[in-house]
Design a protein around this ligand. Sequence first.
Ligand code: MLT
Length: 394
Amino acid sequence: MLKINEHYSGLKESYLFTEIGHRVARFTAEHPERSVIRMGIGDVTLPLCPAVTQAMAGAVAEMGQAATFHGYGPEQGYGFLREKICAYYADMGVTLSPEEVFVSDGAKSDLGNMLDLFAEDNRVLIPDPVYPAYVDTNRMAGRPVLYINATEENRFLPLPDGDTQGDIIYICSPNNPTGAVYDRAGLQKWVDFARERGAVIFFDAAYESFISDPTLPRSIYQIPGAADCAIEFCSLSKTAGFTGTRCGYTVVPAGLVRGGMSLNKMWLRRQTTKFNGVSYVVQRGAEAVFTPEGQTQVRANIDIYRRNAAIITEALTRLGIWHIGGVNSPYIWLKCPGGLSSWDYFDRLLTGAGIVGTPGAGFGNNGEGFFRLTAFSSTDNTRAAMKRLEDMDE
Ligand code: MLT
């Protein structure tokens, strides 16, 4: 008899951002006259930069000519893009070979798919609060999840101690949802921990381009020993506005071996079997991100989001609301005023000010009583939202 994957029955009915979408849709249907400013899901608002759209237009033209048409591409990604990504890492002092880089349709897919390489009875260690996809993808496979507490006391940057356990460890820095960023010493502790125990770190670097402090690591491979224990996931979604275009990359070091198997070779085997690669047009667009012209243009956009983050943190400071993040990160993590629960504050902001944020409780138990705002709105909307927030408080 057919058996379904019963682990799905243990999941919440809908994914966090789907649930928020439903609530906002209900509110706007009931109050069509109200304007709503969206600072919930971390979706960008600035368009793709000209270097990217020109490269994509050129690639579209190539696809329309028999002589330059491209059919199936390499599952791992075209060499022209993987080489550019290696050069990007070289600028951070990290040496990679193109064979260690896998182009994907985004970090979220690879973070979930990478679990194919690991047995189901591994213990997974996840910080709480956390990006919900880490937890849900493991629950879907029935894998036991252990949590490490990220709290106000440790500035939402937990470190391993003698009691910490875990075979697969998730670290996101700059962090989603808290905006907290590990320094080198903090990441070194995690790398040492993983190496001592033969564990593997899944390092989510999706927000690395928001780091402006040159002392902070943007890649885990800037930490000695990381190539022996870490897989890094990165994305052009937030860096270059690819949330709708879809392109990211994952680094699996050639020397990363567990159970006598090369994880790089396993991932290649997995991808060549289950994935047909990212489209040629999108990869040409992604390549343009890494050109000097593309870098100048995407950095100008990131600067706009950084200024938005400053507008938010300045308003919160004026209002006396505790917060972290917003520096080296597009996310601002605040404590709900008046001791409100996360979802009560969500309702209060939506009905009182027409602002959509993300309730901290949606990211885990330690997120209860906290709330996340993003800097990805337009600057006008960010200013308007903060004015509404200040007016609401009067
Ligand atoms: C978020 O808002 O947490 C992110 O946009 C979600 C994602 O990148 O999938």
